[in-house]
Ligand binder design. Structure first.
Ligand code: NAD
Ligand code: DAU
Length: 377
């Protein structure tokens, strides 16, 4: 079946993996990558598919309601996969307005344009889908009730059999939203708007909430690429607080695979959590990163441990995220394809092999932002 799909934020980290997957897997679809190209958007992430006949890039702000509506009309768009957002918690603490503008007003602009266009068609909502990509951070924070670790209730390919969870509670789809950062508050608000468009107008929407992603093309303000680059250049590794905070990590390609499954088979108006039961304390991940970078660069494994530098904690730092993705696994049969150890090896290798990509995104304005941020800590 032919489809015309807008993927917003397709030049960013996760979006570029979703665009690549859809362009390669569905040559019969027209894929339109709508992206404003903020500091986090980079067309170099899509070099390998930019000339494919079923791919088109459009530089546009999701807040440009008139532009978005015209784009949908001109291209007979029947599917939207909405990833464009401001995504970094530390930036949201410094500049919450931009997060409200992009994540809330931008999502509303996408929803309203889709509503006006789809309602104007004879078949209206039939065959249409508005798929909103959200985050586990909207659920708030879980406690570290078992700092020594307990066996998780399920095991998946993402985590080895011996891998542990750091509490007995998990984020499930029915949990009340309790966002703490301006980033997660803005994402929560956008999720509410998406559900409101289903409940009020009947728009066929889906929302998914995913855990922390890692992999190639992630902007190096986030923990994993930032630390790989710093270890390589023997720069300090700024660990917030005691490094005890826990995140649940999923390889980005597995998130893109889940998005593909849910876009095609997910039930309208449903929410699906996406994650791999793969919890790690930050400090343990940092040890893995140091050992892996050292080994791959031919250094003595662990010789860069002294780069670890404990700094002032992030304001409102959520202690633990842990996603329960059994609904998605049970109902749609998705599961992670990679174990964390394999994924992290691939990821470190990718950043070390792609120093030019890293140099391009860490020059100029970004370096100034990064230096200012740490000067203030
Ligand atoms: P990212 O910051 O790497 O990319 C965001 C993209 O959106 C960039 O290409 C940027 O140019 C674009 N963009 C920003 N503002 C825009 C605007 N006003 N108009 C058009 N385009 C705009 O983000 P990411 O990490 O790839 O996250 C993508 C989505 O997935 C976000 O909605 C995020 O909340 C969600 N998410 C991320 C993670 C994660 O671990 N990174 C986990 C769960 C959910
Ligand atoms: O859980 C999903 C979310 O994961 C996404 O919605 C966000 O878009 C994404 O940015 C990510 O949020 P986090 O805040 O968890 O990711 P970040 O990489 O910024 O930080 C991961 C952990 O590492 C967190 O506990 C803070 C800590 N950290 C981070 C940085 C950048 C440090 O200790 N030092 C650092 O320099």
């Amino acid at each position: 079946m032919k489809r015309n799909i807008i993927i917003t934020g397709g030049a960013g980290f996760i979006g570029s993996h979703v665009v690549r997957l859809f362009v390669n897997k569905y040559p019969e679809y027209n894929i339109i990558n709508l992206d404003k190209l903020t500091y986090a958007g980079n067309l170099a992430n899509l070099k390998d598919i930019e000339d494919k006949p079923n791919y088109k890039f459009v530089k546009m702000d999701i807040c440009d309601f008139e532009g978005v509506l015209k784009l949908m009309q001109d291209n007979h768009v029947d599917g939207i996969i909405h990833l464009a957002a401001e995504s970094h918690v530390d930036r949201s603490i410094k500049d919450p307005f931009t997060f409200a503008q992009t994540n809330v007003m931008g999502t509303l602009s996408m929803l309203q344009a889709a509503k006006l266009y789809w309602e104007s068609l004879p078949e209206k909502w039939e065959g249409k889908r508005f798929y909103h990509i959200s985050t586990d951070e909207v659920y708030g924070a879980l406690e570290l009730t078992h700092p020594e670790g307990v066996k998780p209730p399920f095991s998946t390919k993402a985590s080895s059999d011996q891998h542990l969870a750091y509490g007995e509670k998990f984020f499930t789809e029915d949990l009340k939203y309790q966002p703490h950062s301006p980033y997660s508050a803005a994402k929560a608000s956008s999720d509410h708007f998406v559900r409101a468009f289903h409940d009020t107008y009947g728009m066929p929407t889906i929302v998914t909430n995913c855990s922390n992603n890692y992999g190639p093309y992630q902007f190096p303000e986030k923990l994993i690429p930032l630390f790989i680059n710093n270890i390589r250049h023997r720069k300090p590794l700024p660990v917030y607080g005691k490094g005890e905070n826990v995140r649940d990590w999923l390889y980005v390609v597995d998130h893109a695979r889940a998005i593909d499954t849910i876009f095609h088979q997910g039930k309208v108006a449903e929410t699906y959590n996406i994650g791999g039961f793969n919890e790690w304390k930050n400090i343990d991940i940092i040890h893995v990163l140091i050992n892996t970078v050292d080994r791959l660069l031919g250094r003595k494994e662990g010789e860069d441990m002294d780069l670890i530098t404990y700094v002032t904690d992030r304001a409102g730092h959520d202690m633990r995220y842990a996603i329960d993705s059994t609904k998605l696994q049970r109902e749609l049969g998705w599961e992670p394809s990679l174990q964390f150890e394999e994924g992290i090896e691939l990821t470190v290798k990718w950043y070390l092999d792609n120093q030019e990509w890293m140099d391009n995104v860490t020059s100029g304005d970004y370096m100034k932002y990064y230096e200012d941020m740490y000067a203030n800590r």
